[in-house]
Design a binder for this molecule. Sequence first.
Ligand SMILES: Cc1cc2nc3c(=O)[nH]c(=O)nc-3n(C[C@H](O)[C@H](O)[C@H](O)COP(=O)(O)OP(=O)(O)OC[C@H]3O[C@@H](n4cnc5c(N)ncnc54)[C@H](O)[C@@H]3O)c2cc1C
Length: 386
Amino acid sequence: MDRRKLMLLGAGALTASVLPGIGRAQAPAAPSPSSTPPLVPIRLSPDQVFRTTVCLRPFRGKGPRIETETVGRKQVVHNYGHGGSGWSLSWGSAEYAVRLAMQSSPRKIAVVGAGALGLTAALMAQRAGAQVTIYARERFPFVRSAFATGSWTPSSRVAMAAEVAPDFADRWETMARYAWSMHQSYVGLAGNPVEWMDQYLVRGGGRPGPRPAYADIKADFIHLDGRINDIVPHSQPVPNDAHPFASENVQRTNMLTFNVASLAHQLTEDFLEAGGRFVPAQFHSLSDFTRLKEKVIINCTGYGARALCKDESIVPVRGQIVWLAPQADAHYGFYYGGVSVLGRRDGVVVQDVGWNEMFGWNDDNETIDPVAARESIENVARVYRG
Ligand SMILES: Cc1cc2nc3c(=O)[nH]c(=O)nc-3n(C[C@H](O)[C@H](O)[C@H](O)COP(=O)(O)OP(=O)(O)OC[C@H]3O[C@@H](n4cnc5c(N)ncnc54)[C@H](O)[C@@H]3O)c2cc1C
């Protein structure tokens, strides 16, 4: 296959993972471009940067681990390893994990971990009637979940096609559909924890710089978005006079966006209001769980599970985000030249997504790369006309 074809294929897979609605045929169509107000360009300049963060996706080739293990006299339900789809799948995964946890009808449940998966599992366990305590080393805003892009990407780096169990796609679909409905119930709340945003695919911006070695590795990531085509809005072309982008090939879709600061706050409030408790705790091995008074424990330790459970099937997939000051008149996102931009309420998220999904693969370096941060802003600043 020639280099250009490879690049196009890579870009396609990547685009599907960062903008899942883009490129699908048939609609529930997004509203027509003429019905929306003109887009205000986002201020993409270095003077708008207020922080840069790095986070590791907890990827497992087999997909998230959601199963029960007996540790001493405790039932441990694992709920970790969600790769690049942890926020998106959180509720669906929690529903599954809590169903396992409730099999012995415990009155009290311990949840270990206070990231996206821990908070949603704790809330689901409360709904199921349990008294819940969350034990965690870190809470928001210091958990890795705080540094996610914040898009509905339920099959982004969620598993490898060749490694999943035969029923994985069905289980994924059930989780994705459940999570989708739960996320909708946070739309329209004060602080917009979850909201719909327009997303644009702006074609034509080639990636500058030499082609890295990872770009030629054949990646076998599973892509399942087609299974939920019926509930996710699809893309449509945008006429040139209806957008400010320096391209004649622009598509738009609507996407569910998580304003993570507000969402985490809302989930925390809901948990506390239902009688939940947080207890700071650090566990060094699974046998440390036997010290907890609860008999049933849901383990939502994300990348931390690699050391805690000695689970080397967890591969870190590094991602860096440059945060620009939020812009009140620009709540939309776009993908251009290998960089994704999302105008969230808690900051404009600029993320280099690399040449393909191997970007950041097996890289556990959580140190900020200031050169890459500067380059991602420079690359994307060319997106507007003039
Ligand atoms: C750059 C980037 C962008 C992303 N964008 C998206 C996106 O747009 N949409 C999406 O759906 N997903 C996205 N993801 C993926 C998502 O962020 C993760 O899947 C998700 O955050 C994992 O959440 P978690 O709760 O499992 O883990 P974490 O957030 O890491 O939480 C783990 C919790 O366990 C605790 N813990 C860990 N080990 C121990 C221990 N030994 N003892 C005590 N406590 C412990 C931690 O303190 C923490 O409270 C992105 C990831 C990255 C890196």
